[in-house]
Ligand binder design. Structure first.
Ligand code: SF4
Length: 304
């Protein structure tokens, strides 16, 4: 017995406690801590794997950016040489103000009436330059609703939103997330007519067209909205904050969960941001699964 233990026993403190070999490692609290630590490591590994961009998304790239070029101007010099185009980085307030058109009276229309009203609409100046209106595409009963900005040249020609290379990229992202573009989502734009030269939508045009989108959302009643691009995000969330600040978190539009992300046309010109867009898609999927699970639990609860 060493001197310290002898003195402790001599003053009545009894034998000194010593952990048995392996006791601490086998304690239930320590085992639980290790299990939690392992679970955290596995979760972060699987999150990193999930956030890797699927090949189908990286496949739509530089050649496509050429096609998307008329949509986007990124440098002041380029803007100066093409004054009809406005940088996507410019805030909404930078658009020259036009006299605000009165929004449509919010009359509740059936889906068919709504389609007809949009097809005949002359509520803003865009009716003079469009080839046709672009109402939407997909399943009006879908649980996902995707909302973009406005028809581009191809959309104006074909009467469908998100066609061409940007549409192909969006379809690839949807497919990678396990979503069928025709059955699992409904896709619409803030504006139903193409702004000439693919310029940015003007506030007066957004205001004039806003009731159509509101009514579309009411009819679809989506579980989750994925807002694509600055105009859709800022219009729905009534903010001037950038997508960089708004993405990565859950928002709500009139009580409907909303995830903000980049527009596919922007992604064709800014390839590094595809990874962020894919992270947004993974985040949206996680929230959608959680909301669907909560809804199914709610509906299977026994009624009193
Ligand atoms: S953009 Fe909207 S409000 Fe303007 S004419 Fe087209 S449908 Fe009507």
């Amino acid at each position: 017995m060493n001197r310290s233990r002898f003195i402790q026993q001599a003053i009545g403190l009894g034998p000194q406690w010593q952990a048995r070999s392996g006791w601490f490692e086998q304690h239930p609290a320590e085992l639980e801590r290790k299990a939690w630590q392992l679970a955290q490591q596995q979760a972060s590994q699987s999150a990193a794997t999930a956030a890797e961009i699927p090949p189908a998304i990286t496949a739509v790239t530089e050649a496509d950016a050429q096609l998307a070029a008329p949509l986007l101007v990124t440098s002041p010099a380029a803007m100066a040489s093409t004054p009809e185009l406005i940088s996507v980085a410019a805030p909404v307030t930078a658009i020259a103000e036009q006299p605000a058109a009165a929004p449509l009276p919010l009359v509740e229309l059936s889906w068919e009436q709504l389609e007809q009203a949009v097809a005949n609409c002359q509520n803003c100046q865009l009716c003079q330059t469009r080839s046709q209106t672009v109402f939407g595409r997909g399943n009006p009963q879908a649980r996902w609703m995707l909302i973009g900005e406005a028809p581009g040249e191809q959309e104006d020609r074909q009467g469908q939103p998100f066609v061409g290379k940007a549409g192909q990229l969006l379809d690839n992202m949807l497919a990678a997330a396990g979503l069928d573009r025709e059955n699992d989502v409904y896709i619409a734009n803030v504006l139903k007519c193409r702004p000439p030269g693919n310029r940015n939508p003007a506030p007066a045009e957004i205001l004039a067209c806003s009731n159509y989108l509101q009514q579309q959302i009411r009819h679809v009643q989506p579980t989750l909205i994925l807002a694509l691009g600055r105009f859709a995000v800022q219009t729905l969330l009534q903010t001037e904050q950038s997508i960089g600040k708004l993405r990565g978190q859950l928002h709500h539009y009139q009580g409907i969960p909303l995830i903000a992300t980049y527009h596919p046309a922007y992604l064709l010109r800014n390839l590094p941001d595809k990874a962020k867009a894919w992270q947004d898609m993974v985040l949206a999927k996680q929230h959608f699964n959680r909301l669907s699970k909560a809804a199914s639990l709610h509906t299977t609860q026994p009624q009193p």
